[in-house]
Design a protein. Sequence first.
Length: 418
Amino acid sequence: MLILLRIVRTQINSTIRMISPALPINENFRLEALRALDILDTETEKEFDEITALANFICDTEVALISLVDRDRQWFKSKNGVEICETPRNNSLCSHAILNPEQPLIVKDTRKDERFNKDVIRLEDKPVIFYAGIPLVDKNGFALGTLCVMDCEPRELSQKQLESLNSLAKQVTILFELNKKNNDLEKVQQKLKKRNESLREFARVISHDLKMPLANIITTTDLLKLLLGKKLDKESMEYFEYIKTSSFSMSSYINDVLDHYESENLLKNKPEEFELNVLLQEIVDLLSIKPDFNITFPENNPLIQCNKSALKQIFFNLIGNSIKYNDKDQIIISIETSQDDKYYYFRITDNGMGIPNDKIETIFDLFTTAGIADRSGNKGNGIGLSTVKKIVEKLGGTIGVTSEEKIQTTFHFSIKRG
């Protein structure tokens, strides 16, 4: 029995002992506000630890805590001078401090205060003689806990020390709010990430499921034209051609949607070193450039180190647009580049149709177009340039455009050096 009592007394002495405090009149709302912060039982953070270290230094005390008063415990977000992470609430000086959110609780000598003099108050092995706690009050007026300092000797705080401690307490509540906003943003980002993954998978499935029927339509159209031959009049032939053209347009749209959502995969590729003009020539070959196209590459043929696949996708879209939206007999495209210590800079200028002034601001928005038909009479779907902007920004750069209608358009963009 004697051994058991000794164990119980040792456990009690590791916490603070006193008369249990009353509960705040808004206790349930206060607890909701505390838990809404999502900060209980989180890891230590440098910003909070610096505040408790500074509080100890300013007040010349042994212990400083950022204490949050939960339903049955007080938990320490930061501690300076002790190792313990929490204590029971009914043995908490901070539980008394939150009863009056407008005033600090200062106890010069706990041994002489009838609320706390029932026994020697200890935190770990340290006797708590002096206590000063500033309530941590949120924007709605709820006292969530305290920034407090403690010492093993009776003492007082000067007016400057008290003012400094109060300022530090306000910084703690600001950090709480910032943490909450960051947590909320992270949750939103996670939801958006899951949504984008679902959309990407949806685009992939739709692309696969629709491409085959469209290919069948195109093939069947050509087959019917061949079988029917001279039986078709001019109007019927035009209808067949319309079906085929529409099918190709739909196929292109599906490919653009897929490219938009698959662009994330391109960004996972590691940087590699390559000659820019070699990359540009690959794109020219893919686009099957005809003799009436005049494309000028950079004279110095720079050596580039970056995500090659992503840059290739950017140029493929921009050069493709320069060709599609060009109404001149001789299409002229000029590509220029420069660089500094941090970025590569690129310019693509063409002598095409240009972009109306009222469309310049929205040309990179998803599903937004300039409203003009390309050289084949088809209108764009507003996906390609949005995809380009997305890739450029993921590569750490920016993109913009200048244009004169009927004269020329210049797309200029930058990406970070790999």
